[in-house]
Design a protein around this ligand. Structure first.
Ligand code: URA
Length: 269
């Protein structure tokens, strides 16, 4: 996530504000507050020499920043602390894509979001997958939610071209071997009155096109795919294309799932 403003070329290397002072924060914290990335990844950016403060490249992880005075750039793009983090859910309609812009002029989910700050989708949904898509300007939150280590559950309603056999249901539960490895155990149920063609599946990973590929591997075509929940977040009450802010309790619960410590939860970091 990269807020605004290009920067001139030419770099000097050195150290800057490593002294502590009121209002100063560690560079990795500043970058995560800017929505750029997680604190951990921010450290990598510093070590890679991609971060400049007041036109000086810094490589010292102990560097501190005064957000009110220092000008910080990452690979030439200014990092600006966001005023407040936004956490939204969009009920994504069919035929929309989760990239930020599209040179082919297709509808992007960004065109459906009106917010005072730029937000970014957490992960991807295929063009024709509908349902719950979380968007935020909190880069660290997004990064942690998507991290496979935390296994945040995502539930889908799948409509297949034919009824799922008992044997295949068991296979889906146990894990399907895909070219990028076996999928982790999933919760899979037939949806009542769905004539065997409607299936509810909850996965704990987020690989590309994972649900479609699991079914396709077993010889089923997915004719409709809807994400009905991302952790505790559902699309209940949202029209297609509609957005709402996540509630405090949804944000807290997602953060807990993404491994935030009690201290982080209390400090709002
Ligand atoms: N799995 C898929 O196959 N597609 C999605 O959009 C999301 C999960």
């Amino acid at each position: 996530m990269k807020p605004v403003q290009r920067h001139r070329a030419g770099k000097r290397t050195g150290t800057t504000a490593t002294a502590t002072g009121p209002g100063q924060i560690r560079i990795n914290r500043f970058l995560s507050m800017s929505g750029i990335t997680s604190r951990r990844k921010a450290e990598d950016l510093v070590l890679q020499g991609k971060v400049e403060i007041n036109h000086i490249v810094v490589r010292d992880l102990a560097t501190r920043v005064d957000p009110a005075r220092d000008r910080v750039f990452v690979s030439g793009t200014q990092a600006l602390p966001v005023k407040g983090f936004l956490y939204l859910v969009l009920n994504k309609p069919k035929d929309s894509i989760t990239t930020l812009s599209d040179e082919r002029g297709r509808t992007t989910v960004m065109s459906m979001v009106r917010s005072r700050e730029r937000v970014y989708p957490v992960g991807r949904l295929d063009r024709n997958t509908t349902g719950v898509l979380i968007l935020t300007n909190d880069g660290s939150f997004a990064h942690r939610l998507m991290h496979p280590k935390f296994n945040v559950p995502k539930s889908y309603r799948v409509s297949c071209d034919k009824a799922l056999s008992r044997g295949d249901l068991t296979l889906l539960r146990g894990g399907i071997v895909l070219p990028d490895g076996r999928t982790a155990p999933a919760d899979v149920e037939l949806i009542p009155q769905g004539r065997g063609k409607e299936i509810g599946i909850t996965i704990h990973e987020g690989r590309n096109r994972q649900v479609r590929r699991m079914f396709e591997t077993l010889g089923y075509d997915v004719v409709k795919l809807e994400r009905v929940a991302y952790g505790p977040v559902t699309k209940a009450g949202l029209a297609r294309g509609g957005t709402r802010s996540l509630t405090r309790s949804e944000i807290r619960s997602l953060k807990e799932m993404a491994g935030y410590t009690e201290e982080e939860l209390l400090s709002g970091r």
